[in-house]
Ligand binder design. Structure first.
Ligand SMILES: C[S@@+](CC[C@H](N)C(=O)[O-])C[C@H]1O[C@@H](n2cnc3c(N)ncnc32)[C@H](O)[C@@H]1O
Length: 267
């Protein structure tokens, strides 16, 4: 089963239906939690609560041991996935001060936090250009200084895309990021196909909003159709590569397709 976002450091103090949620649905619901408990109190709660299934115990134990979860807490990132983008950016330099960025599937907002820092959207570095970050998600995204969020919005929806274009300062973007993932059904081929379809839909969006020379980074679950996405990217970008940051768990089928140097569309 693909767990689309098993890395939130925000957790709900009442776990009564955690089992259902983990059984096929994206644990992204956790960001809607009303009560945040510390890892220590979680540990105590879990240790005392005999009603946890073995799968839940394993998931929680993995979270507790994960160094990226701890690092995310230390650096105030909303979830550990921040380190995937940081690692990719440190190596491939995709986010520069002044860039305009679209973050697709942005909740709870860790990638947007990284983007805000890297593109200087708060203008903290007065010597550098100030960028812009817009994040979109089906879920609610808690406000973040330096980013504009379109919550409860489906990125594949035409109206959402129109809204994105209207909020972008020039109607165009330098970078499209997507860590988006559908709720996993547990059927590997089906989940793969659904994520491939999302990537292809984003590629259409990129044709409308991405500047010449721009960058496209998307998550995809490895499978039979991954070459289709790669081929489409190669038609539109000069440099396409597959990356798997260390922060992405080895056992996860996720990889990221990084496409740089968007070609100017011939009209
Ligand atoms: C793995 S989480 C993203 C985590 C995010 N990168 C971060 O660092 O905080 C994947 C997100 O994709 C969102 N998503 C899935 N399908 C979507 C769609 N069609 N439109 C917008 N967001 C979508 C989910 O709601 C989920 O919040």
């Amino acid at each position: 089963m693909h767990n689309t976002c098993t890395d939130f450091i925000v957790i709900r103090s009442k776990f009564s239906n955690l089992s259902d949620r983990l059984n096929g649905q994206s644990p992204c619901f956790l960001q809607r939690a009303n009560n945040v408990v510390s890892r220590r109190s979680l540990h105590v709660t879990c240790a005392l609560d005999k009603s946890r299934t073995a799968a839940e115990q394993r998931w929680l134990a993995r979270q507790m041991k994960d160094p990226y979860v701890r690092e995310a807490q230390t650096h105030n990132y909303r979830c550990r996935s921040a380190f995937k983008l940081l690692e990719i950016d440190n190596k491939h330099h995709i986010l520069q001060p002044g860039h305009h960025v679209i973050d697709c599937g942005a909740a709870p907002g860790a990638w947007s936090q990284v983007a805000v820092e890297k593109v200087n959207s708060l203008g903290r570095d007065s010597a550098a250009s100030a960028g812009f970050v817009v994040g979109v998600d089906l879920l609610n995204i808690a406000p973040l200084d330096g980013a504009v969020f379109l919550s409860n919005s489906d990125i594949t929806d035409f109206d959402t895309q129109k809204k994105i274009i209207s909020v972008l300062p020039s109607g165009k973007a330098d970078v499209i990021l997507s860590d988006m993932a559908p709720n996993a059904t547990g059927i590997r081929d089906l989940d793969h196909q659904r994520l491939v379809n999302m990537c292809l839909s984003l590629l259409e969006l990129s044709e409308r909003v991405l500047l010449s020379g721009g960058t496209f980074l998307c998550k995809v679950w490895d499978g039979s159709e991954i070459n289709l996405v790669r081929d489409r990217l190669r038609q539109r970008f000069q440099d396409v590569r597959t990356v798997k940051p260390k922060a992405s768990r080895m056992e996860s089928a996720e990889v990221y397709l990084l496409a740089k140097l968007h070609r100017q569309q011939k009209r």
